[in-house]
Design a protein around this ligand. Structure first.
Ligand code: DGL
Length: 274
C-alpha cells in the first residue's frame, strides 16, 4: 500500500476565495484529506507585483510541505498566473493551478470562437488565459476584463445587492458588446456571483468555473500517479484542516457559509516564518 495515498492535499489562496476550489475538491474527491491555507493577512494578491506573489506562494508551499502534503493546488488565479510555473520547477511533489483547466474547458465550450475572461488586474495583465487558450486553438479571440471591485463586494457578502449588480453590469458591458459566447470566471471569488453574472450575460453565454475543472484535473493526476486515497473504513472526524495568516474567526464564518462541511476551527500561523 502506497502510504503517500493517505497524505492530505495542500490547497492555498490569498484568502477565502480558494474555498470555492476546496468545495469542488470535497464534492468530487470525497475521500481526500485537505490542508487549506488562506493568506488573509496579505490578501488581495490581485493588485500586488509578481515578485510579492511569488514570495508569498513560496512561503505557503514551504508551510504546506511541513504538513506532509502529497500534492498542492494553487487555488488562486493570480498566484497561478504569477508563481505556478516557477514553483513547479522547484518541487518534487505535483502542483497544479486553476488557470490551465479553466482555459481548456473554455476552448472546448466556445462555438463562435469568442471567449471573455474576467479576473483580477494581475491575472488579466499577464494574459495567461489568452496564451493558454490560443495554444489550444489560435483561431479563438480572447477578451480579458479586470473586475477589481468584485473581490471586496463578495467579501462584504453583497452577492445579490443592487450595488453589485450595477458594478457587474458596467464591467460586463464591454464583453456583451464583443459578442462572446463563453465567459471564464477567472478569479476564485467570482463563482459566488455566478447566478448574477449569468443573468446579466444571458443564457447564450456559457460560464466556465475553473474551480470545478481543477478538481477534475486533480482527480486524474492523483489516479495517474497512484496517489488517490481509497475510501477509509470509518468516517473520519476531521478530514479537513484550515490555516490562515490573520483573522481566523472571520475566516471560519466565511468557510461555513461556502463549504458543505462544518468548520469548527481555523488556526492562525505566522507565515513569514516559512
Ligand atoms: N484569489 C484571487 C484570485 O483568484 C482573488 C483575490 C485576490 O486578489 O487576492 O485571483
Amino acid at each position: 500500500m502506497n502510504e503517500k495515498r493517505e497524505a492530505p492535499i495542500g490547497v492555498f489562496d490569498s484568502g477565502v476565495g480558494g474555498l470555492t476550489v476546496a468545495r469542488e475538491i470535497m464534492r468530487n474527491l470525497p475521500t481526500e484529506r485537505i490542508v487549506y491555507f488562506g493568506d488573509t493577512a496579505r490578501v488581495p494578491y490581485g493588485n500586488k507585483s509578481r515578485e510579492s506573489v511569488l514570495r508569498f506562494s513560496r512561503q505557503i508551499v514551504r508551510f504546506l510541505q511541513t504538513e506532509q502534503v502529497k500534492a498542492i493546488v494553487v487555488a488562486c488565479n493570480t498566484a497561478s498566473a504569477y508563481a505556478l510555473d516557477t514553483i513547479q520547477q522547484e518541487l518534487t511533489i505535483p502542483i497544479i493551478g486553476v488557470v490551465k483547466p479553466g482555459a481548456r474547458v473554455a476552448a472546448e465550450a466556445t462555438r463562435n470562437k469568442r471567449i471573455g475572461v474576467i479576473g483580477t488586474a494581475g491575472t488579466i495583465g499577464t494574459n495567461i488565459y489568452t496564451d493558454y487558450i490560443k495554444k489550444i486553438n489560435p483561431e479563438i479571440t480572447v477578451l480579458g476584463k479586470a473586475c477589481p471591485l468584485f473581490v471586496p463586494l463578495v467579501e462584504e457578502g453583497w452577492l445579490k445587492d443592487p450595488v453589485t449588480v450595477e458594478v457587474a453590469s458596467r464591467y460586463l458591458k464591454d464583453l456583451q458588446d464583443q459578442e462572446i459566447d463563453t465567459l471564464v470566471l477567472g478569479c476564485t471569488h467570482y463563482p459566488l456571483l455566478r447566478s448574477m453574472i449569468g443573468e446579466i450575460m444571458g443564457e447564450s453565454v456559457t460560464l466556465v468555473n475553473p474551480a470545478y475543472e481543477t478538481a477534475l484535473s486533480l482527480k486524474r493526476l492523483l489516479e495517474e500517479r497512484e496517489l488517490n486515497r481509497p475510501k477509509p473504513k470509518e468516517e473520519e472526524e476531521f478530514p479537513y484542516r484550515f490555516y490562515v495568516s490573520d483573522l481566523a474567526e472571520k475566516f471560519t464564518e466565511f468557510a461555513n457559509f461556502i463549504l458543505p462541511y462544518d468548520v469548527s476551527m481555523t488556526q492562525k500561523i505566522d507565515i513569514e516564518k516559512y
